[in-house]
Design a protein around this ligand. Structure first.
Ligand SMILES: NC(=O)C1=CN([C@@H]2O[C@H](COP(=O)(O)OP(=O)(O)OC[C@H]3O[C@@H](n4cnc5c(N)ncnc54)[C@H](O)[C@@H]3O)[C@@H](O)[C@H]2O)C=CC1
Ligand SMILES: O=C(O)[C@@H]1CCC=N1
Length: 279
């Protein structure tokens, strides 16, 4: 379906997405082109591991790509777009995975009416388990969104949303895996303090997470009902949960997700367009 996909930015998110795409066999390594700002060693590394095409020559990377994936930090977006805009053709789909930055800003900077689509994946893309939200900008037609969906489906699930919802989604599922890893760090620490062997604890923790995730996926019951089924009155779970309540665990998690969404708005605020719908 795609002949060539170009990544502008060769960081951890670009690597996660290309790993997923290659693992699924959606594209061959010679169809993937990557460039970054100045770190040639990083490009060399990606070339050695994934055999993708790497170049500092932006024109070479962008030319004839069906899709151009912007994968730099928000602070680098303006310079990156200025470096590539003269090579971009109106039939190319520009996909941004950046937190906060609107499609309107990207279109303004490109000074072209080419389709711009935002995607908010997460690093579980590496193993094909990303939860990716997708939103089309002003010039993105149904067929463009569909083609981006097809691309991101190779790295997990996709959900088409309104662009305005992407701030909240970034705080929820874009950053989400980090909250889970942080939680696991605490479980590991507690296991270690209790004198459990590291490998034993690791296996038990991971299977507990996988089992709970599968229950959430396959059961019709609400999370609160699943929780209540574990909580025997006066038992161990109740004692544990009461401690979490004492530390205002739920309040802390909600504040965490809201703060991450607020940060997405903040990150995007220098990069606004008159056409942004939430103006
Ligand atoms: N890391 C994550 O879990 C997720 C990240 N994102 C978004 O993905 C984007 C990239 O994040 P990471 O990969 O974590 O960052 P990173 O710092 O690992 O990679 C950024 C890359 O962009 C390159 N770059 C900077 N300026 C450039 C320019 N002018 N031209 C070309 N390349 C340039 C850098 O050399 C580097 O290779 C961010 O905007 C972030 O909001 C979205 C979802 C999840
Ligand atoms: O921390 C960040 O800003 C990026 C966006 C979502 C996950 N990582």
């Amino acid at each position: 379906m795609f002949k060539k996909v170009a990544f502008i930015g060769a960081g951890s998110m670009a690597e996660a997405i290309m790993t997923g795409i290659l693992a699924k066999g959606f594209l061959q390594s010679e169809q993937i082109w990557v460039t970054n700002k100045e770190n040639k060693e990083r490009l060399e590394r990606l070339k050695n591991i994934y055999h993708v095409q790497c170049s500092m020559d932006k024109q070479k990377v962008v030319v004839e790509a069906d899709v151009i994936i912007l994968s730099m930090k928000p602070k680098d977006i303006t310079e990156a777009l200025h470096n590539i805009r003269q090579y971009i053709q109106p039939n190319q789909v520009v996909v941004s995975v950046l937190a906060g930055v609107s499609t309107g800003y990207i279109s303004d900077q490109l000074e072209k009416n080419c389709p711009v689509v935002r995607a908010m994946p997460n690093t579980s893309a590496t193993i094909g388990f990303s939860a990716t939200a997708i939103a089309g900008g002003q010039y993105a037609e149904e067929r463009h969104i569909e083609s981006v969906k097809n691309l991101f489906q190779t790295i997990g699930t996709t959900t088409v949303v309104e662009e305005n919802d992407l701030h909240a989604i970034t705080g929820l599922s874009g950053s989400g895996p980090a909250y889970i890893y942080y939680f696991v760090e605490a479980m590991e620490e507690a296991a270690s303090e209790a004198g459990l062997k590291q490998d034993v604890a690791k296996e038990l923790i991971i299977q507990t997470l996988v089992g709970a995730a599968e229950m959430l996926k396959s059961s019709d019951e609400q999370p609160s009902v699943l929780r209540e089924k574990i909580t025997s009155p006066g038992g161990t779970t109740q004692a544990g949960l009461e401690t979490l309540e004492k530390y205002k665990y739920q309040e802390a998690m909600m504040a965490c997700i809201k703060q991450a969404a607020a940060r997405s708005i903040e990150l995007g605020s220098p990069y606004r367009s008159k056409t942004d719908k939430d103006n």
